[in-house]
Design a protein around this ligand. Sequence first.
Ligand SMILES: C[S@@+](CC[C@H](N)C(=O)[O-])C[C@H]1O[C@@H](n2cnc3c(N)ncnc32)[C@H](O)[C@@H]1O
Length: 213
Amino acid sequence: MSLKHLKYCQPEFYKFSEDSLFLANESSKLIKDNFPKNYPIRGLDLCSGCGVVGIETMRQLENVFLFHFLELQGLFQGFFHKNTVFFLNQDERNKVKFYNSDFDSFSSSKLYSNIKYNLIVSNPPYFKKEKNREGADKRRNLCRFFSDSDFTKFLQFIFAFLDKKGIALFLGRDSEIEYDIKTFLEKKSKDFEIIKYKSVGLTSLFMGRFLDK
Ligand SMILES: C[S@@+](CC[C@H](N)C(=O)[O-])C[C@H]1O[C@@H](n2cnc3c(N)ncnc32)[C@H](O)[C@@H]1O
């Protein structure tokens, strides 16, 4: 399905691109290749915005047990809700939950300390403030740059919430995040890898997973 055929509700200041659909398509293909047919998928769309990545991933899978959406900006919740009503059936809607939180607070809350996901998909803010100019719209800047957090904390969140058998798929620009990934892996035990799986233009799709399953 191409971008112009997908009528997602989204705010004026941020519209998703083909990259989000690429991530959803690749994630669902990888799930089908890596897990048995009826394996219950416990998914998370991290930095979900209006929910396009998780919803489009869900629409291509038959074995979703639950799908959570974690997003810092509360104003996305109304758009997310409309999109679930438009794109998901009642059974699928019963499996989704939107958390309006930044991932650092989510990870330090005792409420969620036992959650593990076997699929984490994410199109995070991967630009660096040091290398790029911020715009006038604060809400849009939060979509492009981490504020009060950083890419290393994003990787730590994935490491903490990913099931040992799971896979995490996230987008990024090599020039912005490769150093963070390298440093993160050097400090971690050797049982976790992050590889560049595919590239489209300037954006790459990275895959994180545990090696010792
Ligand atoms: C590049 S946008 C992607 C949105 C959506 N996934 C898509 O593909 O259209 C990144 C999103 O991350 C959210 N975000 C930024 N910092 C965050 C944080 N610390 N915790 C959770 N979400 C965050 C932003 O508000 C924004 O919606």
